[in-house]
Design a protein around this ligand. Structure first.
Ligand code: CTP
Ligand code: MG
Length: 230
C-alpha cells in the first residue's frame, strides 16, 4: 500500500497572515485542498494520512465535509515541529510493508509525474527525495557570516517533497532521533542521513512545486495556476 502523509500542522508564521498558509485560497481552492487532491486523484496512492494543526480542526473538517475525498485514512493533530508532526504521521501507519510519501501541505502543485517518479524510484530504493537544481550559488557561512564553503553548483540541489520511504526505515530514523532528544530536523531525509541508514535516491522535482513560505509565494502560486490552465 502507498500512503501519502500530508503535513499540515504548521502555523505559517513567515507568511504573516492570521490563518496558516495551508488554508489560503488560490483561485477558489485552498492550498490544503490542492495538496490533498494531488494524492486523492493519483491512482497509485491508496490512503492519505492528514496531520493537522490542532487549532484548526473545525476548519479542516469543514473542508473535508465539502469535498468527500475517498482516501482520507486518518486525521491526526501534529506537534510543535515538523519533525514531530512527521513522527506522528509515520507512526499512524500500522502496515508492515507500506511505502510512505511524506508531503508538505504547503506545496500545492506537486504533479502526478513527480508522484509517479517517486513511486517508481521506491521500487529500487528505500529512500527517495525530490529536488531541483539551484540557480543561485549556495554558500555556507559560519556564525560570524564568513563564507566557509562554496560547493560546485552542478552538484547542489534544492529539496522539495514528497520524501518517500519504506515505512520501517523512516520509523526507525524517527525513533533514533526521539531517543536522542532531537526534534528539529527540518526534513525526513535529514533524519536518514543523520543516522546513515540508507542511500537516498533523488528524483527530479519541478520549479512549480514551490513551498508557500512568504507572501510573495502566494502571488507566484496564482501565476503557476494561470500557466497550468493555459
Ligand atoms: N508542519 C507541520 N507541523 C509543524 C510545522 C510544520 O506539519 N509543527 C508542516 C507545515 O504545515 C508545512 C510543512 O510542514 O506544510 C513545511 O513547513 P513550513 O513551510 O515551515 O510551514 P510552517 O511551519 O507552517 O511555516 P513557518 O515556518 O513560516 O511558521
Ligand atoms: Mg516551519
Amino acid at each position: 500500500m502507498n500512503y501519502a502523509i500530508i503535513l499540515a500542522s504548521g502555523a505559517g508564521e513567515r507568511t504573516g497572515l492570521n490563518v496558516p498558509k495551508q488554508f489560503v485560497l488560490i483561485e477558489n481552492k485552498s492550498v490544503l485542498e490542492r495538496s490533498i487532491e494531488a494524492f486523492e486523484n493519483h491512482s497509485c496512492i491508496d490512503k492519505i494520512i492528514l496531520v493537522i494543526n490542532p487549532l484548526f480542526t473545525d476548519l479542516v473538517h469543514e473542508i473535508l465535509a465539502k469535498n468527500k475525498y475517498s482516501k482520507i485514512n486518518k486525521i491526526l493533530t501534529g506537534g510543535k515541529t515538523r519533525q514531530i508532526s512527521s513522527y506522528i504521521g509515520v507512526n499512524a501507519v500500522e502496515e508492515q510493508d507500506a511505502k510512505v510519501l511524506i508531503h508538505d501541505a504547503a506545496r500545492p502543485f506537486v504533479s502526478a509525474k513527480i508522484i509517479n517518479d517517486c513511486l517508481k524510484a521506491l521500487d529500487k530504493n528505500n529512500a527517495v527525495n525530490v529536488a531541483i537544481e539551484t540557480s543561485d550559488t549556495i554558500i555556507e557561512v559560519n556564525e560570524n557570516n564568513i563564507i566557509k564553503k562554496v560547493s560546485d553548483r552542478k552538484r547542489l540541489r534544492r529539496c522539495q517533497t514528497p520524501q518517500c520511504f519504506d515505512i520501517n526505515l523512516i520509523k526507525k530514523a524517527h525513533e533514533l532521533a526521539k531517543k536522542d532528544g532531537i526534534d528539529n530536523i527540518t526534513d525526513d531525509c535529514g533524519l536518514i542521513l543523520k543516522y546513515n541508514l540508507s542511500d537516498i535516491y533523488v528524483v527530479e522535482g519541478s520549479v512549480d512545486n514551490i513551498k508557500i513560505t512568504y507572501p510573495i509565494d502566494l502571488e507566484i502560486a496564482k501565476l503557476i495556476l494561470k500557466k497550468e490552465s493555459n
